[in-house]
Design a protein around this ligand. Structure first.
Ligand code: SF4
Length: 188
């Protein structure tokens, strides 16, 4: 895991710079967990193993809560679900959370190269000032009207992009299979 932690530290630094670059538009606050309440959270096998290191260190009672949450998600059988590791609006494995969670809340590019807004843009949160709800798109005129200093940048932050950062190759990191988080979580 040493190489992965080195890689993760570098990715984290880059993501922090991105958030800093976009700070005019970001309203993320401690205790806000909307991003963890609905999603499919795609992750790699390696990220899953890293998450489990944090899970193994948790108090047994917390582990039980997580196991019950997993059961509920499995029974619900939906593509979009509340993350089982979210407890009282906090991530129980925060330091070991996967890449996708680290990019929550920032304007990214979808598979077709179009801007993909965090869903909280419609909830008076990130980028809401410049999100045209009618057109469901970024409004350049709102950026100007509202006097923002920087035009929002659209970042390529998919797992595929992150896993292909040259440092991953330099460190010989094998990410393994990628799938939805819930599909890695087996019930004992
Ligand atoms: S792993 Fe943590 S940060 Fe990621 S979705 Fe779950 S609760 Fe949220």
């Amino acid at each position: 895991m040493e190489s992965f932690e080195k890689f993760l530290a570098s990715v984290n630094d880059d993501i922090e710079k991105i958030f800093d670059n976009q700070k005019e538009y970001i309203h993320c606050k401690a205790g806000c967990s909307f991003c963890c309440e609905r999603g499919d959270y795609p992750i790699s096998e390696l990220e899953f193993k890293y998450m489990m290191l944090a899970y193994d260190e948790l108090d047994k009672n917390i582990q039980e809560i997580i196991k019950n949450n997993i059961k509920e998600v499995k029974n619900g059988n939906t593509d979009s679900y509340k993350c089982p590791f979210l407890i009282k609006n906090n991530c129980s494995i925060y330091t070991h959370r996967p890449f996708v969670c680290r990019t929550f809340g920032v304007l990214t590019e979808d598979a077709k190269g179009n801007p993909s807004f965090p869903f909280c843009a419609t909830m008076n949160k990130n980028y809401s000032e410049i999100y045209d709800e009618e057109k469901q798109h970024l409004s350049a005129s709102l950026v100007e009207q509202k006097g923002f200093k920087t035009f929002p940048k659209i970042f390529r932050l998919s797992n595929k992009v992150i896993m292909n950062i040259p440092l991953a190759k330099q460190l010989n990191i094998e990410f393994g299979e990628c799938k939805k988080m819930i599909d890695f979580l087996e019930l004992e």
